[in-house]
Ligand binder design. Structure first.
Ligand SMILES: Cc1cc2nc3c(=O)[nH]c(=O)nc-3n(C[C@H](O)[C@H](O)[C@H](O)COP(=O)(O)O)c2cc1C
Length: 218
């Protein structure tokens, strides 16, 4: 254990690839996000759409996990999940949430804070049907975040739904499965710089839907 601690204490990454200036950035925070996401895709960052989602329960307890961004639509960030999962229960009680992307290869982080709502049923159903059939069956089989007795339970449930839907060409979307969209109130773009003097540019949404742009101390 001590050896590991020694090793991580000694890790030092100097960030020097790029910079972020007020004159570089787009006026609209979502345009700036799309620009960085496109650059992450071009740079072959592994799973650049993987993002940390933080939620807070009604008792005020925070929790986080990775989910996949499935689109930047209707001024929001869309992901799909089980509405009865831990995150679903949190979001049902408390609509404030936070997303975080870390694109290590580009020395970049993006933090997005905002308010969540369920996305519309038609979009969720269309997306559900675009997934591989096995993933659709998986959504039926999983009682996401609930305790199960063994691996066998979930494999049996998968087999059960595979048999149940064997003659069903279009598997219905489970009611408990669907999308959320996070509407951002602030988006912060972080670019690593030498000597820990990182660039941080924060967008805050104004009541007229324009964005205020400010620089934050690293
Ligand atoms: C790379 C990666 C992508 C994931 N994508 C999703 C996703 O899009 N939706 C989802 O519900 N869970 C996804 N998961 C699983 C979640 O991290 C988490 O384990 C699960 O949603 C249960 O979370 P909860 O108990 O906090 O609700 C992903 C995990 C990883 C590591």
């Amino acid at each position: 254990m001590q050896d590991i601690n020694k090793e991580i204490v000694g890790l030092r990454q100097e960030y020097s690839q790029s910079q972020l200036t007020e004159s570089d950035v787009c006026k609209n925070a979502l345009d700036q996000f799309n620009k960085w996401l496109e650059q992450a895709l071009k740079a072959c960052v592994p799973e650049p759409h993987a993002m940390n989602l933080s939620t807070v329960s009604k008792e005020g307890k925070p929790s986080s996990r990775i989910v996949l961004l499935r689109g930047v639509e209707n001024n929001g960030f869309v992901f799909y999940t089980n509405y009865q999962s831990h995150k679903g229960t949190d979001l049902n009680a408390n609509r404030f949430a936070c997303l975080n992307f870390f694109w290590q290869a580009l020395e970049r982080q993006v933090r997005i804070e905002g308010i969540i709502e369920k996305n519309d049923l038609k979009t969720a159903t269309e997306y559900f049907h675009s997934r591989p059939r096995e993933s659709q069956i998986g959504a039926w089989a999983s009682t996401q975040s609930k305790v199960i007795n063994s691996r066998k339970d979930i494999e049996d449930a998968f087999q059960y739904y595979q048999d149940k839907f064997k003659d069903t060409p279009l598997i219905p979307k489970p009611e408990c499965w669907g999308g959320f969209v996070l509407h951002p109130e602030t988006i912060e773009f972080w670019q690593g710089r030498p000597s820990r003097l990182h660039d941080r540019i924060r967008y805050s949404k104004l009541s007229n839907n324009e964005w205020k742009i400010e620089r934050l101390s690293p």
